[in-house]
Design a protein around this ligand. Structure first.
Ligand code: HEC
Length: 158
């Protein structure tokens, strides 16, 4: 027997958070996955960035731990392109700070992403070259690309 659409909706609702259920249709599994990957990826990027910034602020400099953090950011920067499939914005009914403008201005969003990817690669390259001074300077350039995207495309940035 085929399950009808209604039973899928009801089943989805039972799995979804109760509060979200009345407002939203169940989200396709691949969209849910993209939103989860995005959340976890940005958390990892944020943690790595904080580790680097805190160490430099405290008077430290490039060390293996910071080089690993830079590699983590570079790795996730390459994944960002898959984190925003259509349907994962505010209209998803899920908790997200992704603004609708991401899908309305895809070229601008892609530019911001590419700037981030390029600066993240430079930071990792400076770490590989063991260039502590260059590394410290590049952290600011990289941080600028986070802000550059968040200012336009992330709601309620803290
Ligand atoms: C091309 C755009 C873009 C770039 C570049 C970018 N971000 Fe984001 N970031 C976003 C968007 C959009 C969100 C909101 C995602 C959501 O809530 O679904 C976000 C969310 C986050 C979050 C919250 C994640 C969560 O789900 O709790 C952190 C932390 C974060 N970004 C850190 C950074 C850092 C650090 C950088 C730079 C090293 C960076 N981001 C670069 C667009 C970007």
């Amino acid at each position: 027997m085929k399950r009808n659409a209604w039973s899928l909706i009801v089943g989805g609702c039972m799995l979804a958070a109760v509060a979200a259920c009345s407002k939203s249709e169940p989200l396709a599994p691949e969209l849910k996955q993209a939103m989860e990957a995005r959340h976890e990826g940005f958390e990892a990027i944020g943690d790595a960035m904080k580790k680097i910034a805190d160490t430099l602020k405290a008077g430290g400099s490039l060390n293996p731990e910071l080089a690993a953090a830079a590699a983590t950011i570079k790795q996730h920067s390459g994944e960002l392109v898959d984190w925003f499939p259509a349907g994962t914005g505010p209209e998803s009914g899920r908790k997200t700070e992704a603004k609708a403008e991401i899908w309305q201005q895809p070229e601008v969003f892609a530019e911001k992403r590419e700037a981030f990817v390029a600066e993240a690669a430079k930071l990792a390259a400076l770490a590989d070259a063991n260039d502590a001074e260059g590394f410290a300077g590049q952290v600011k350039n990289l941080g600028g690309t986070c802000k550059g995207c968040h200012d336009d495309f992330r709601a309620k940035d803290k």
